[in-house]
Structure formats: structure tokens, C-alpha cells
Design a protein around this ligand. Sequence first.
Ligand SMILES: Nc1ncnc2c1ncn2[C@@H]1O[C@H](COP(=O)(O)OP(=O)(O)OP(=O)(O)O)[C@@H](O)[C@H]1O
Ligand SMILES: [Mg+2]
Length: 462
Amino acid sequence: MKPNLLIVDDEADMLNLLKRSIGEDINCNIETAISGDKAIHLVGQKPFDLALVDIRMPGMDGIEILQQIKQIDPWLTVVMMTAHGIIELAVESIKKGAYDFITKPFDHEDLMRLLKKALERSRLLRENLNLQQRVREKETFQNFIGVSPKMQKVYDSIQIASKTDLTVLITGESGTGKNLAARAIHALSERSSRPCVRVSCPTLPENILESELFGYKKGAFTHATEDRRGLFQAAHGGTIYLDEIGDISPSVQTKLLQVLEDKEIKPLGQTRSISVDVRVIASTNSDLRAKIKTHEFREDLFYRLNVINIEIPPLRERKDDIPLLVQHFLDKYCTELNTEKKEIPPELMQLFLQQEWKGNVRELENVIKRAVVMAPNTEITVDSLGWAASAQRQALVPDGITQLPYREAKQQVLEHFNVTYISNALRQSRGNVTKAARGCGLERQSLQQIMRRYGIKSDTFR
Ligand SMILES: Nc1ncnc2c1ncn2[C@@H]1O[C@H](COP(=O)(O)OP(=O)(O)OP(=O)(O)O)[C@@H](O)[C@H]1O
Ligand SMILES: [Mg+2]
């Protein structure tokens, strides 16, 4: 769908020029307004993705137009056009919610770059709104969040597996949701009213794992002062989930194989076997086939476990789920930690998409949890994430500059950078200079010096 763009300027020539030159470069629908009233009227009538507004207008000035636009559509991205030497107005407009500004006279390429960036922001913002809606409408499967085709396949496999009593081996990197999958299979199966017993294999030493799984008779070993039921018996009628099966010792592997074949267990120190009705689900994040080659894992046990295999893909292979997950954890932790609702600015969402997520969903969950705790206001900031700060800051510097003489170009870039960067920091800290300085990694005095140089006043942000 073509984006809708609105240009507001009091000079008809300027409007025509902009409409034509922007239209040549960006595939969008363009409307123009020669006055504030006309602009407000248009914004009330149809949804715009971007408004380019001249700051100096007779009658209703640009700042006032900006404010009224934001009242009608708080999500509309507004870019201001300012003249040189009225930097206070530019600062004021950023404070009032403008996305950015460009100083007249400007170069066509610079304007295009800025508008494209602004349109990208709008797109992400609208997507974000959609997401919140989608999370609210519970786009979930069991406790999974995610709609990527790869996850749809996982959900399908879980559905199929849950209708059977076959053994399932769930594989996938750490933090991908193997536990969730095991729980989901049990919850959807006919055994759901019976227990689902999870055994974390690596946390139990070999001798204990065996007695935990199969139980023992009084007197079976020194500390066996009474009979004890094993976890297989505790799971009778239900499911046993052997988490991280790759780490169990050869002797337990042998016993487990026997249980799977005979559907009987023999508690330690007991000669008679007890039959058990248990569905087995196992998981691993290690490569069992490699372990078979090095004789660390029994091949026959592997085939017994791997009747149905569910492979959960790493997060980096299903990036389309990232925004949904981010939104989900944001809602979850704001509620759980009892903080005011926080939002992720779209620019930041892009950084989330760029991460590698070696720790998968668990890592993403922890990053959000930390950010909810650390972010000072209702907006999640780069600093509260503790990473990728440099990438974000780079994006704030306009990335090209024109045919202007070097000194002038440099001065404009510096001025633009300082004003947007510092204004944003102050907006986030609600005018608290100490906090803003901390957020930027500057000494308070240095920040004040920059503010003085560019005429930025903290009290306008309070
Ligand atoms: N698709 C998802 N939607 C929502 N939450 C998820 C999803 N996948 C994982 N999680 C959450 O991420 C965390 C890690 O998931 P889980 O414990 O199931 O991973 P795992 O693959 O078993 O990891 P490990 O190999 O380290 O045991 C949990 O808090 C879980 O609720
Ligand atoms: Mg797990």
C-alpha cells in the first residue's frame, strides 16, 4: 500500500515544488495544505503516514499545527522544516513530538533520506500497533508466542504428537522453548489430567538419577531407610519429561532402554518388576548423532526416543516472531513488576531484529525484563538494554551532506546532531540534566556546555 504524505507550507510555489520533487523519488500519495486549518482538516479526514510541516507560517504556526496533528493522530510521524537561525523552534518542535527537522534551504537528497527514514519509522510504528492488537487477541498456541511458518510447523507437530502415545524427542538450541513444547504435548493429550513429571537429567548425579527414576526398596543401599517410589511411578497414567537426555550415563541409558521396551520398571533392590503406563518425552540441545559416534550415547536408545522428532528452530531463523515476542514480554513484565506501561520505539525494534540471539527466546525475555526495570520512563531506551548503543547513536547523525562548503556543512551536521540528540535525551529524562547526562555517558558539565552552545534549555522539557 502506498504511504500517504502531507506537506504543509504557506507558499504555493514551495508546495508544488516539493510535491513534484518528492513524488519523483518516493512512491506515495501526496496531499498539500497551504494553511494550518487545511492541514488539520485533512489529518482528521484520512490517515497519513508522514507530515512535512513548515515551522514558520502565518496564522497557526508550525508548532501549533504539530500539536493539533498529534492530538488527532499521536502516531503520525511529523518532520518540521525550519529556517536557519531559529534553532529554538526546532528544539521546541522535538519536545512537542516532532520526529526530526530539516533546515532550509535543503538539498533534495538530504530531504529524501530524511523522509525515507521517517516513512520507515511510520511503517514500524503501525506494525507495532498491529502487534499489540495481535498479542491482545492472543495469537498464541498453548504458551507459545509466534506465527512464523517455522513455528506453525512446530505447532502442527505438537498437535500430531499429542494425539498419540509415541515417544517424542524434542531438539533445539538452549532457550528455544523445548520445555514449552513438552508441556504443550502433555496438555493437549488424553493424559492431561494425570501428572507431567519433569526430570532435569544433568542436575542429578548418576546414582541419584537412577534411584529417582526407578525408586528403591528399603535396604537397597546404605541410606535407603524406607521404600521410595520413583518418578516413573509418580507419572503413572501421565507423562514423564526427561530434560537434557544427552547427559545421562551409559548405565542409566541401558536401564531406560529396558523400561521403554518392556514398559516395566524395577526399583533398586527389588526383584519383581512393576508395570507402568507412562508416555515419555525427552529433550536435548546436544547433537545425539555425534554422541552416538563417540559412543557417549546408545544408538538403540536414540531410535527408541526419536520416534517423533520435533525440532524447534533458533530465534534467528524466525525473526518475524521477534516483534510479537518483544511485545508479549513487555506486557508481561510491566504487569508482573507492577510498572507503568512501557513502549519500544520503532527505531529500537529494528535493533532487536538485528541481534543474533544466541540464547534464543530466553535471552530476549531477559533483555526485556531488564529493560523494564532499567528504563526511567514509559519509553524503553537503548541505555536500558545495555547493548548496541553505538549503532543507535550512529543512526542519529545525518548520513550525508550536500554541496555546501565544508565548514558550513560540518556546522549544520553538528548542529543538527546536537539538537536532535540532546533534545531526545532531555525528553526522555523529562528535563533532568543529571539523568540525561548519565544516559548519554557525559559529565553533567559537558552536557550543560553543549546545551548552552546550541541554546537548548532543560526547563522546556519538564
Ligand atoms: N515461543 C515462545 N513464546 C513465548 N515464550 C517462550 C517461547 N519460547 C520460549 N519461551 C520462554 O523462554 C524461556 C525458555 O524456554 P524453555 O525453557 O522452554 O527453553 P528450552 O529450549 O527448554 O531451554 P533449555 O535448553 O535451556 O532448557 C521460558 O521462559 C519460556 O517460557
Ligand atoms: Mg529446557
